[in-house]
Design a protein around this ligand. Sequence first.
Ligand code: ATP
Ligand code: MG
Length: 245
Amino acid sequence: MTVAVELVDVHKRYPGGSVALDGLSLSVEDGRVLVLLGTSGSGKTTALKTLNRLVEPDAGSVVVLGRRLESWDPIELRRRTGYVIQEAGLIPHFTVERNVGLVPELMGWPPARRAARSHELLALVGLDPGRFASLPPAQLSGGERQRVGIARALAADPPLLLMDEPFGALDPLTRRRLQDEFRALQSRLGKTVLLVTHDVPEAFRLGDEVAVMDRGRVLQRGTPAQLRESPHPGFVADFIAAALP
Ligand SMILES: Nc1ncnc2c1ncn2[C@@H]1O[C@H](COP(=O)(O)OP(=O)(O)OP(=O)(O)O)[C@@H](O)[C@H]1O
Ligand SMILES: [Mg+2]
């Protein structure tokens, strides 16, 4: 198995003093889904942003898609990694179609190819292009916007997806449906995925493996079954017990 992402002993302190990553180490194999599970403030978003150079680590080694982080041109790296942020982060004055085609637009694809790709992706995430392509994001529901966010991240067919609470802020039924669709999509597309959540059932449902984070480092990593059956005593066991019946 090829390793798609590897962080070794990564540290990050923000100006102002808060330590976000405190010796974070983790790796994700090609085509696998690793879920980063942790409480608010544990450094999950910072860990993702380190991988597409939105945040520069202070120390440690990071390899993304076979190359050391420092050797990646940030623009090139962002084209090769789809980034899904909470609340989708769509540009309000662009149509859904243009939002989905943002990276292809930056890459200079001709308009007809961009439009075709946007429509193909909207259909892939279950949104009828005929109905949604020309709408502004404000006319979509939260769940529809999150689908658009996922379509946008897939636009340039990146091998690596970074997903930050992609199904947060949804009602339980819609959330469950999007989770199921994500799994079906993932088994077809075979992307490498690093997905962040604070929701234990979601982590167990979506992750091939789950890494439990606290205060900027991983406390335990394993398959959902391993974490359910033998969580490390203390924070990991308490966190999982609090969320599961
Ligand atoms: N731009 C920033 N400047 C200063 N401190 C920051 C910044 N971004 C994050 N932090 C701090 O770093 C720590 C980790 O933040 P991070 O956003 O990575 O946590 P998180 O696990 O994603 O939390 P949440 O689940 O609430 O999104 C927190 O203490 C946070 O206050
Ligand atoms: Mg976060």
